[in-house]
Design a protein around this ligand. Structure first.
Ligand code: C2E
Ligand code: CA
Ligand code: CA
Length: 577
């Protein structure tokens, strides 16, 4: 404990005031007595003997001396009584500076002792409170882990000062929010505690584990000799979360991803390293739950590229950088069934970008909503244009994103587009993927009912890439089913996909659904698919996606060839394969 320092200045001031007052009192008394003596001498002066005057002056001198002595003694006494004020004021100064570790010790048993004790008590209380507040900042209340933010300085100054290489691992629980929504907040809380517990046991030392945000934990691996070692550790850690965790009556699946950056090669400060972990995490997340990624400079380029895409895409419609291509769909009677509209983007700065990349990006940013509306309108216009040129109606099959379908005004928008373009809805097909069935089942029934009411159709795209498609087929009244290219590729592969496809076609036909095979590139794929009664074919064997003018030319050429020879002409390029 510290003893309060004496504040001499203040003390001597009080001392001066006291002694000056007493001194002035004494002087006043002497003057009064001198005045009385003067009057006395003036009246009786001639009759007084000389000795008395001298005696009187000596007497006055003695009184003056006596009074001065009294003043000195009194001021000493007052000094002693007031001395604790100095201790008290300097203690207050210390508290003001944030030093609550003071102790005033007043010996004299008076009011100052009470004040001193009260101050001691108060500063102790404030100190405790401050400690509590500090703790609530320094530790995560739920998991008891140290907060990364408040520990950053220590990490930089103590941990990172050692020569050791370290791996900074940013662990994210990706599905925490949805766990909260479906199972409740108490499950989330218990889950986070369990995760922290497992990490503590895993690391064997909680000094290197920190809480970063409600669903992020950072842990450091010390003494990194090789990346393989880190990989082994992280893999072991991820194994811990492979099985669902029992909480209350739930079996909770946790989706964990880890982004890793290395000290000092990726950064010398924890804040920089965490940013890099974040970039790596972004990539890990993309590869699915239970994956980790190390930071590298290529990653940052990828992430920047994605950001650039988002920014540029926002201007793409306005600047007319988007356009559609149309890929012919040929039926098993050698007629053109229709076209699938496929969006393209040519950015002046980024070049031609695959729809697989920018559509996913537009879905994340919800830009797919205006873009999707533009695609719908443009594709319907193209259908009308073909009808005008050939006096024939072709089906136009348009991809619709789940994000688009989830919009409450989807039907209204579609209705407006149909009215404005004057397309015959009987020739309109919307392609949706299995993802829609999971994400937006809420509105799907209503949408399909509307489509069927106006005579339009709905197709299930990419069949064979998901899991539960067959169940959905029975529940949802699809009109078309598009067998994914990966399945078509497997027809002659080792996995007996040909037998599976044959069964699927049969089953789908029994549900009164048309089967379209996608990605048909080889003549023998076509022959097999035709043999098992596939209805429509799409693929490079017939044509790549074409611009509207190219499509018109394709149609032109197609009808110039006799029906029986069309396949040989239009799908004849690899006839000998
Ligand atoms: P998807 O709907 O499955 O489209 C078929 C994709 O397969 C197209 O790629 C097409 O060019 C390609 N393809 C067709 N036949 C063959 C073939 O014989 N061999 C090979 N290797 N590929 C073939 P694309 O145009 O790059 O589109 C990729 C994906 O991007 C589409 O897959 C679709 O998911 C999405 N997409 C394209 N256009 C749109 C659109 O207008 N709206 C939305 N929401 N998504 C679109
Ligand atoms: Ca499609
Ligand atoms: Ca497809």
């Amino acid at each position: 404990m510290k003893k309060a320092k004496t504040n001499r200045k203040l003390f001597s001031l009080s001392q001066n005031i006291v002694s000056t007052t007493i001194f002035l009192d004494a002087l006043f008394l002497i003057l009064v007595m001198a005045a009385l003596a003067f009057i006395y001498v003036d009246q009786f002066g001639d009759d007084l003997p000389i000795g008395i005057e001298v005696l009187f002056i000596v007497f006055l001198g003695v009184i003056a001396l006596f009074m001065t002595a009294v003043a000195l003694i009194l001021s000493k006494k007052i000094h002693k009584v007031l001395a604790p004020i100095a201790d008290i004021t300097s203690a207050i100064e210390e508290i003001k500076k944030g030093n609550y570790d003071i102790h005033i010790n007043i010996k004299e048993n008076n009011e100052f002792k009470l004040i001193g004790n009260a101050l001691n008590q108060m500063s102790k209380e404030i100190g405790n409170q401050v400690q509590l507040v500090y703790k609530s900042f320094a530790f995560d209340s739920l998991t008891g882990l140290k907060n990364l933010k408040t520990s950053s300085q220590d990490i930089d100054e103590i941990l990172f000062k050692q020569d050791d290489k370290m791996a900074v691992c940013l662990l994210e629980i990706g599905n925490l929010k949805s766990i909260g929504v479906t199972k409740g907040q108490t499950v989330v809380e218990e889950l986070m505690q369990k995760i922290a517990e497992r990490l503590n046991i895993f690391a064997g030392n909680s000094d290197f584990i920190f809480s970063n945000s409600p669903n992020e934990i950072v842990f450091l691996i010390q003494g990194v000799r090789s990346l393989e070692r880190v990989e082994a550790d992280v893999t072991k850690l991820l194994e811990l979360f492979k099985e669902p965790i029992d909480i209350k009556n739930y079996k909770v699946e946790v989706h964990i991803n880890i982004g890793i950056a290395i000290y000092p090669s990726d950064g010398k400060e924890i804040a920089t390293l965490i940013k890099k972990c974040d970039t790596a995490l972004f990539k890990a997340r993309e590869s699915g739950a239970g994956k980790y990624t190390f930071y590298n400079d290529q990653l940052i380029r990828d992430v920047n590229y994605k950001q650039q895409i988002s920014e540029q895409l926002a201007l793409a419609i306005k600047n007319q950088q988007l356009y559609l291509k149309y890929q012919p769909l040929v039926d098993n009677k050698n007629e053109i069934y229709g076209f699938e509209a496929l969006v393209r983007w040519k950015s002046p700065t980024l070049g031609e970008i695959s729809p697989q990349i920018f559509v996913a990006n537009a879905e994340e940013s919800h830009l797919i909503i205006p873009i999707g509306n533009w695609i719908l309108r443009e594709a319907c216009r193209a259908q009308i244009e073909m009808k005008k040129r050939f006096d024939k109606k072709f089906v136009i099959s348009i991809n619709v994103s789940p994000v688009q379908l989830m919009q409450k005004d989807f039907i209204d928008n579609l209705r407006t587009i149909i009215r404005e373009t004057e397309i015959d809805p009987n020739y309109l097909v919307l392609e949706i993927t299995e993802g829609v069935l999971i994400e937006s089942s809420l509105y799907l029934d209503e949408i399909i009912e509307y489509l069927h009411q106006i005579g339009a159709k709905i197709a299930l795209d990419d069949f064979g890439t998901g899991y539960a498609s067959l169940t959905y087929l029975k529940q949802i009244p699809f009109d078309n089913l598009k067998i994914d290219k990966s399945f078509v590729d497997g027809i002659f592969g080792p996995k007996k996909d040909h037998a599976i496809i044959a069964t699927i076609v049969q089953l789908v036909h029994s549900l009164d659904i048309k089967v379209i095979a996608e990605g048909v590139e080889k003549r023998r794929q076509y022959e097999y698919l035709k043999q098992i009664a596939t209805d429509v074919f799409q693929g490079f064997l017939f044509s790549k996606p074409l611009t509207l003018d190219e499509a018109a030319h394709y149609i032109d050429q197609f009808y110039k060839v006799a029906k029986g020879r069309r396949i040989d002409v239009f799908a004849g390029k690899d006839f000998n394969e």
